[in-house]
Structure formats: structure tokens, C-alpha cells
Design a protein around this ligand. Structure first.
Ligand code: FAD
Ligand code: DLZ
Ligand code: SF4
Length: 507
């Protein structure tokens, strides 16, 4: 009997473990668009359309390559509605008694495959640089985990930007050069693709089935196969990479992409591999087309942060997304689903998330994430929002970024201090504040930037946990030196704002 070879929507690589292990002449590849995967959070319509289109094109490519593929469309009347359901249905038809799979990127689905009545062999997903075992070895016995140390090992392991045993240019990390405020204008844009017939068909389906989800479906311009994704990558390395470092942390009104790569959804779905992405960046540096600070910063995001986040997710295990050490319990403000707020930074970040299923790192961390943390929003609600709205979001990468880095809900496994700031930081790194209804320079009262009072109120309410953190001592000294009246006005201001928020008033 044939074996079934399960290929999930974010496993669209010809050399994914299950396909490597399978026998083209006898096994049957199973791919399925299913309701359960499409609705465990209300995914952005662009995310669903991207995955379905990429899945259909990948299935066609496999067939062309000689594989037998069983592909279930979402609107197939016999669709069983879940991955295990589709496995059982396919087993009945083909007589298969076992399934080869590549380990999914979410514990939810790993558990569902383990519980499947037919044996499912979950092979390690070796599309990553660092295996679970290697990460666990690295973490073993360390008092605290820090990305920087992990990253250096990954540099050595890959040989990327190495000069013998030493880092290229003499330093491992050029981050301090990567904090320039926004440029006057941005001359580049990500490569856009006109929908082909497959995409057009999927867009119709997604509009009909998920048109009410938060997020704008069209214009749809993502790459949906590897050839296109490679063109997008090469376009990025030629046009934006040279400035990627300088403006990595900058934010600009109306500029949704700046000098970012916009490849995370392609890499995470399997259309691009980490190696080719990093090689392309290193080649640009070696050819003198991009400076070291840009290329090192970019490569660090991929072999450093991306691998590190995955390591943490699998090290911490199921239950990570339930963590809430700060005991925050405020519901996610309604404006996260509408962009309807006078706070311009949030309106911009959420508005572009709605339109593009994309926001860049600093928007995710220092605008939407920072606000949720300051306002004391339940981290699980924050997590579900991020998992839904970004085209690149799967739990293995989203949860450590949100629960860990952004919300400090894991108590400091990912970050040594919470990423919080008042309006000053946003003002320094963006041009938002000058067109905002709130005054960033005003600390308290009606028209003051809400981040300002919320920031101090956050420090005040978590004084016990954070005041002894050496990286936060300076801020606590400043807070404790403020005169009593000013402190009281700050707390009152924050509380008045939160009361408005809780009452559902426009803020
Ligand atoms: P660039 O800025 O051009 O960076 C290049 C690449 O580096 C990205 O494509 C990505 O593969 C990788 N990368 C950069 N930072 C990270 C990081 N912190 N973790 C993992 N990979 C990284 N990234 C996701 O892929 N999926 C998510 O669900 C996700 N959720 C996030 C939630 C929060 C709160 C934060 C702060 C960050 C999150 N990130 C997530 C990381 C980062 O914001 C995105 O990877 C990045 O914005 C993708 O856009 P880009 O391709 O233009 O990236
Ligand atoms: C995200 C997603 C969506 C929206 N739909 C499907 C689908 O219909 N079929 C499928 O195989 N995969 C889908 N995915 C991706 C899975 O949710 C993903 O494989 C797991 O979350 C593990 O990362
Ligand atoms: Fe955001 Fe405050 Fe600046 Fe307005 S003033 S854009 S709310 S940081």
C-alpha cells in the first residue's frame, strides 16, 4: 500500500523532510485546504489567499515532477474540515496505513497528528539551521539565554560573514549603526506580482469564505511560488538592502515597507530557504553592493533571531502561549480590529496591517506591542491578534516574539527587560508624532501623548518586579525623583486614559 505524505501549507519546499523520505513511485502526497487550519484564528484574507495559492501551485509542480498528489480544495463537498480528517479520508481511498509528515510549527497541530488513529511519523523539520536537540544543548546549563551568544555560534556554523575564525570587519554585531531616524523619502518598493489564474481563483474563494475577516484582500501582490519569491528577494538585495541597516528601526507615515525585505512570509511558507536568502545578502556585500552594517544586520535577523525564536518555542513547550507573569487582563482594544484611533502611530501600524498583512519589526514591537504591554492587555489576546493578522505568522515564530519579546509574559526568557517606551522613542524613530492629534511633548492631561503617562504608570505598577533590574534602574531613579504632585498627575492621567479605553470611547 502507498504511504500518505502530508505537506502542510507552510511546508512548500521540494526538499522538505517528508518528501525526501518518500518514494515517488509508490507514495501519495496529501495536501488539503481545511476549515480548521483556516479558522483557528481569524487569519487575514491575504494570508489565506497567499497560502492557498502557493499550495495549489506547489501541488501542480509536484505533479509535474512525477508525484501522485491528492489535493483537497476548501470548497470540495467531501472536505473533512481538518488535517486529521483529511488523512483518514485519504487513507480510506488509497488504502494507506501510515503517514509521513514533517513536524508542524505549532504544538496544536503536532498534538492533533499524534492523536490521529493512523500512525503519523513526524520527521524533524530540517529546513532550519538549528535542530531542537542542538538548541537544547546550547541552552543547557546557561543561567540566562541571550540571542547574541547563540547568533555567534550560528555565524561560525554557517561561515556566513566570517573571515577565518573572526567575524567579518572585526565585530560580530553592527547594531549601533542601525538606528537612524527616518529618511526624507524612500525610493524603493517591494516587488509586486499580478495575480495569475490560480491566484485569481483563490481570491474569489477567499473573498466568499473569509471576506468578513479583518484585512483587505485586494490588491493582492504577493509572490506565490518559488520563482517569484526569488525575484522578490533579488529585487530586495539590489534595491533596499544597501539601506536596510541604516533605517531598520525607522517608521514613516504612509511608508509601509521602507527598506525591509518583505520575505518573511515566503521563507516561513517554504518558498525560500534561509540559506539562499543569507547567501544573496552576503554576495551583495562581497560584491561591494551593500555595506557590512546592512548585511550583518539582515543575516542576524535570519540565522540569529529567527532560529533563536524557534529554539525558544520548542524548548519551552506547549503552554507557552498561556503565560502571563505580569497578570495583565485588559481586553484587546477594539481599535486593533479597525485602526480607528487618534493615536497616529497605532492608526498607521494597524491600518497597514489591515491593508497589507504586514508591518515591520519596530511597528510590531514598539507601537502595537508597546501599547498593549503598557495598557496591560491580556497577552493571550495580543498573541491571537498577531497570529491572525500577519501573513508570516505561525506560532513557532509569532509566540516567542509576542508572548516573550513583546509582552514579557514569559518573565524574561526572550528579553532581559520589557520593551516599553513613552512617546519620545516613537518620536525619535518616526515622523508620526508631528501629524498626530496628541502632543508627544505633553506628559499629562487630555491632549498628551498617551504613551507618556502609560509608560510611567507601567513602571510604577510593576516596580517590585523591575526596579532591581540593572537595565531599568535609571528609569526608576528618574521616576522616584519626580515630585509627588507630578507623579500623582501622571498616574491620574494614565488612569483617565485607561478608563476611556475600557468604556469603549474613542481614544
Ligand atoms: P526584515 O526586517 O527585512 O528582516 C529580514 C528577515 O529576518 C525576516 O524576513 C524574518 O525572516 C527575519 N526576522 C527578523 N526579525 C525576526 C524576529 N524577531 N523573529 C523571527 N524572524 C525575524 N516574524 C515572523 O516571521 N512571523 C511572525 O509572526 C512575527 N511576529 C512578530 C511579532 C512581534 C510582536 C514582533 C516584535 C516581531 C515579529 N516578527 C515575526 C519578526 C519581524 O517583525 C518579522 O519577521 C519582519 O517584520 C518580517 O518582515 P521582513 O521580511 O520585511 O523582515
Ligand atoms: C495557516 C494555514 C491556513 C490558513 N490554512 C491551511 C490549510 O488549509 N492547510 C494546511 O495544510 N495548512 C494551512 N495553514 C498552515 C498551517 O496552519 C501550519 O502548517 C501550522 O500552523 C503549523 O505551522
Ligand atoms: Fe503615537 Fe504619541 Fe506620537 Fe501620537 S504623539 S504618534 S500617540 S507616540
Amino acid at each position: 500500500a502507498p504511504r500518505l505524505v502530508l505537506v502542510l501549507g507552510d511546508q512548500l519546499s521540494p526538499d522538505v523532510a517528508a518528501l525526501r523520505e518518500a518514494d515517488k513511485t509508490r507514495d501519495v502526497v496529501l495536501m488539503a485546504e481545511v476549515g480548521s487550519e483556516a479558522s483557528y484564528v481569524p487569519h487575514h484574507p491575504k494570508k489565506i489567499a497567499f497560502l492557498f495559492a502557493a499550495m495549489r501551485k506547489f501541488a501542480a509542480a509536484l505533479r509535474e515532477g512525477g508525484w501522485t498528489v491528492r489535493y483537497t480544495r476548501l470548497d470540495d463537498p467531501d472536505n473533512a474540515g481538518s488535517i486529521p480528517g483529511e488523512i483518514l479520508r485519504a487513507a480510506e481511498v488509497t488504502g494507506a496505513k501510515e503517514v509521513l509528515a514533517t513536524e508542524p510549527g505549532e504544538f496544536r497541530l503536532i498534538a492533533a497528528l499524534e492523536e490521529c488513529p493512523i500512525p503519523v511519523h513526524q520527521l524533524p523539520d530540517d529546513r532550519f539551521l538549528c535542530s531542537h536537540a542542538e538548541f537544547a544543548d546550547w541552552a543547557e546549563g546557561r543561567k540566562e539565554l541571550r540571542m547574541e551568544w547563540f547568533y555567534r555560534e550560528m555565524r561560525r556554523k554557517t561561515g556566513l560573514l566570517m573571515d577565518g575564525d573572526a567575524p567579518e570587519g572585526g565585530k560580530w554585531n553592527y547594531d549601533h549603526e542601525n538606528r537612524k531616524p527616518p529618511p526624507g523619502s524612500v525610493e524603493v518598493a517591494p516587488m509586486r506580482f499580478t495575480p495569475d489564474d490560480t491566484v485569481a481563483e483563490v481570491l474569489e474563494l477567499v473573498e466568499a469564505r473569509f471576506g468578513d475577516n479583518f484585512g483587505t484582500l485586494t490588491p493582492f501582490w504577493f509572490a506565490t511560488d518559488t520563482a517569484q519569491a526569488r525575484r522578490a528577494l533579488s529585487h530586495f538585495t539590489k534595491t533596499a538592502l544597501p539601506h536596510f541597516g541604516d533605517y531598520q528601526d525607522a517608521m514613516m507615515k504612509g511608508e509601509r515597507f521602507l527598506y525591509h525585505a518583505i520575505v518573511s512570509m515566503y521563507v516561513n511558507a517554504g518558498l525560500l530557504g534561509w540559506r539562499e536568502v543569507c547567501d544573496a545578502a552576503e554576495a551583495a556585500y562581497r560584491a561591494g553592493d551593500a555595506p557590512l552594517n546592512a548585511v550583518e544586520g539582515f543575516i542576524r535577523q535570519i540565522i540569529g533571531w529567527r532560529e533563536y525564536m524557534r529554539g525558544i518555542y520548542f524548548l519551552e513547550g506547549p503552554g507557552y502561549t498561556e503565560r502571563n507573569v505580569l497578570r495583565h487582563d485588559r481586553p484587546l482594544p477594539a481599535f486593533y480590529w479597525s485602526a480607528d484611533t487618534d493615536m497616529l502611530c497605532l492608526a498607521e501600524a494597524i491600518g497597514q496591517t489591515r491593508d497589507e498583512a504586514y508591518a515591520h519589526h519596530i511597528q510590531r514591537l514598539m507601537v502595537t506591542g508597546n501599547f498593549a504591554l503598557l495598557a496591560g492587555v491580556d497577552p493571550h489576546e495580543v498573541h491571537e491578534w498577531y497570529l491572525a493578522v500577519y501573513a508570516d505568522a505561525y506560532e513557532w515564530v509569532e509566540a516567542p516574539n509576542v508572548i516573550g519579546m513583546s509582552q514579557f509574559a514569559d518573565g524574561g526568557i526572550v528579553g532581559s527587560k520589557p520593551y516599553v517606551s513613552g512617546g519620545n522613542y516613537i518620536n525619535k524613530m518616526s515622523d508620526y508624532c508631528k501629524s498626530c492629534a496628541y502632543a508627544v511633548s505633553q506628559k499629562t492631561g487630555e491632549g498628551a501623548c498617551p504613551f507618556n503617562a502609560l509608560y510611567w504608570q507601567f513602571l510604577d505598577r510593576h516596580e517590585e518586579r523591575f526596579s532591581k533590574n540593572p537595565r531599568m534602574a535609571q528609569m526608576y531613579r528618574t521616576w522616584n525623583r519626580m515630585d509627588e504632585e507630578k507623579r500623582a498627575a501622571t498616574i491620574a492621567s494614565a488612569e483617565a486614559f485607561l478608563a476611556k479605553l475600557d468604556a469603549g470611547e474613542r481614544v
